[in-house]
Write a protein that binds this ligand. Sequence first.
Ligand SMILES: Cc1ncc(COP(=O)(O)O)c(C=O)c1O
Length: 492
Amino acid sequence: MRFKILKKLLNQLKTPIFDVIRTHAERQVTSFHTPGHKNGQGIDLAFKDFIGDNTFKVDLTVFPEVDSLHDPVSCIKEGQELYAELVGAKKTFFLLNGSSMGNQAMFLAAFKPGDSVIISRNAHKSAMSGIILSGVWPIWIQPELDSDFDVFFDSSSEQIEDALNKFPEAKAVFITNPTYNGIMTDLEKIAKLVHNQGKILLVDEAHGAHLGFNKKLPGSAIQCGADLVVQSAHKTLAVLSQGSVLHYNSEIVDMNKVRKVVSLIQTTSPNYLILASLDVARRQMYENGEKLLDKMVDNANYFLSTQDKFKKFRFLTKADVAKNGFNLDTLKITINVTETGIEGQVLSEILAKDYNIQFDCADFFNLIAILGVGTTKKDLDCLVEALLDIEKRCDGHLESNSINFPELTTEMVFSPRDVFLSEETELVSLSDAAGYISAQTLTPYPPGIPVLIPGERITPKICEYLQTLDSRSIRVSGQEHKKLEYLKVLKV
Ligand SMILES: Cc1ncc(COP(=O)(O)O)c(C=O)c1O
């Protein structure tokens, strides 16, 4: 995807939400509105001392001066329009409950109960919430595993083409791009395949809010032609946690439906600090995005260039994923720990406790460092030093834990929504569960991909796999008892 700088007609230097709340704070208005701390007058003093006065002066509720998130007419409307223009979308909605809410909104906007969607099994759990809320039938794609690094690839364009041919009834394709590890698929090609069949492309770009602002990085989902795109601006841009955006750029999905579902699930008490942070981050990308991200890419490349210093840690590179036809978002660094003999989660704890370094995510085999616009070269030097120090203490090798990951059944007997809402469930012993319909989601870590989804037929291979995991004490999220002795199934 070639990077395109679109000519801007609006004044992208404006920050309408930030300006309004700052002016409001300066006026020292007497508050008879929520929240109850009243401009911070009633807040715990130690907390206020630590956080600072202004936070509470701009922690407001909805009134005309500061605009409404549900029916914006002034500063929020303008902030959203500026954001949409910058990224090249027809419309942008600000979200205050992360991409989790954005994924739910995309499902509710694109589907009616009974529709079906092609979706990769490594989608975030909020996509599963979207499936349950919307009543859609998932058609699962099993992602390929890179056995060298033990990370999952994204859905490839070939897999999507194949699924579109096999399941012409699918109304849409849902892609997670980039993945948590920064692996990126050929989204431009996928968009063409999907649109050629008159279907909808939904993209969870939670980890890619920085894309599209720098030529050295892959293009954004909007630039590639997706219909609806959700981004956790807070994950890589300088935005407060939860601050996210839903971009609309569709000829097929009804924009008013998107507006309605966003309003259906969004809070009526918006946090204006988060909204203002979206405003200033957008201006920052307009003014300095290219330069800032150049620096980040240089920082990431600098870190990767230290690979020669290490004997036990291996870094995932563009060349590694290119072998399988994928691209890599440079701002995610996957550090393979297999040769240290220590599990990634344990190393993550060691880094936090002994070196004051906190990772976003770690699994059995890898640490994943998420860089953002605030990452400095000094931060990366600290990490290099810490890893070199840890290496001295390690000797060993982790055996592969993928334990013949089973073919995940795509026999969805009931829709996840029907099973989620059903009270007709029972527990059966794991050894007898084959043939029953799962009434729960079970996700072992690693690899973090659900082996069972509500509504799916349980296969003997899956039972066997779960028994192996249980015997190796591997954590299975969704498990309701200490031991995985029983599975929750639909009563027959
Ligand atoms: C791929 C993906 N999508 C969606 C989300 C949810 O994003 P948020 O934390 O902004 O709700 C996450 C969170 O980590 C994610 O990894």
